[in-house]
Design a protein around this ligand. Sequence first.
Ligand SMILES: NC(=O)c1ccc[n+]([C@@H]2O[C@H](COP(=O)([O-])OP(=O)(O)OC[C@H]3O[C@@H](n4cnc5c(N)ncnc54)[C@H](O)[C@@H]3O)[C@@H](O)[C@H]2O)c1
Length: 372
Amino acid sequence: MIPLYRKVEMTLRRVTVWSRFTASINMLLQGSTILPANKLQGENLKAPRGRSLWLALFWELWERRLCVLRVLITGGAGFIGSHVVRACIKAGHEVLVIDNLVRGRKENLPVRVEFCRLDIAVEKEYEALKQVFRSFQPEAVIHLAAQVDVQVSLKQPLVDASVNILGLLRVLEACRAIGAKVVYASSAAVYGQPVSLPITEDHPVAALSPYGLSKYMGEMYLKLYEQQYGLNFTILRYANVYGPGQDSTGEGGVVAIFTDRMSNGNAPVIYGDGKQTRDFVYVKDVARANLLALNKGRGETINISTGMQTSVSELLAQLAGILKWAGGTIYAPARPGDIYASCLANQKAKRILGWQPRYELKEGLEDMLLGT
Ligand SMILES: NC(=O)c1ccc[n+]([C@@H]2O[C@H](COP(=O)([O-])OP(=O)(O)OC[C@H]3O[C@@H](n4cnc5c(N)ncnc54)[C@H](O)[C@@H]3O)[C@@H](O)[C@H]2O)c1
């Protein structure tokens, strides 16, 4: 049951967002070239190819449907989480973040975001977690909090499961009690060694690490909760995410690792021949996918990717060009168990979420390194 004061507050918020949009339309009518909606979105408003700015504005309006929600984001102080938080705030949503700050940082969060330092893996903190859900009454929960290091999962599978399985279950129980939708951050790691490329969502799952397995178990729990309790969810399986604020450890950190090394004057290390490929998706595109999944994709599992393979050598060449690196490369033997080629199909994301990446790799790297 949503308290009356919350309903009043949401109505006021909707009016504010609507008035910002009408202001944009007025400016267009007066022939102004500035689109305030661009600033609202925090990135360039890109008109779908071959359409006018008018249509682009209405496209944007349609994408957002002026829907203002209370969104609770677990892991919101982390790399992807902090971008998701900013995207939600720009869209006018009310946001509360739960994070234990084991990897995330409070400075990553905009000042006006409500924050609760809680550990979803700790039984003693479960009551407090439920209390936060009861008082904030989120309509949607974006669940990003996780143990994200594949090597940790291999060395300490119990630690991995305590966050990625038991922690998720505590979040799901809290969602069940208030009927919130869950947008779940899953991973390409669930697929394991690909048998065909590009990997579609119905490709067999065969995780190669406890991390991949725990992410998949999370997906299974969501489906069971839907079946048993009518939970509304959308699963997003991210490819290799890169962008500002990424740690050089954790999942998919090769862009951050190369950047760190070159910025500190150290030669980057390539394991193997450098021809191994990955699907690098920009974090701002991932944040936008999360935003769209708040209202779309009920019960669906969707890849979030570029659908393009980029070799590690190609990535390095692009980074070296932007950073003007001329210090060479170290080649080391390939690491056993590394996947040679990977790329996720993204047609389902286009069809169901109306999402497609806006950043090509070069654009994403420039945005990240030069702020263009
Ligand atoms: N980065 C990628 O390329 C990638 C790819 C696929 C999936 N993912 C998924 O996206 C999500 C976010 O990943 P990220 O790269 O931003 O990692 P991250 O480590 O930057 O973010 C995870 C956040 O969760 C918090 N956290 C960890 N354990 C917690 C706990 N027990 N209780 C509360 N908070 C906790 C951390 O402090 C951190 O802020 C994860 O679920 C990850 O599995 C990431």
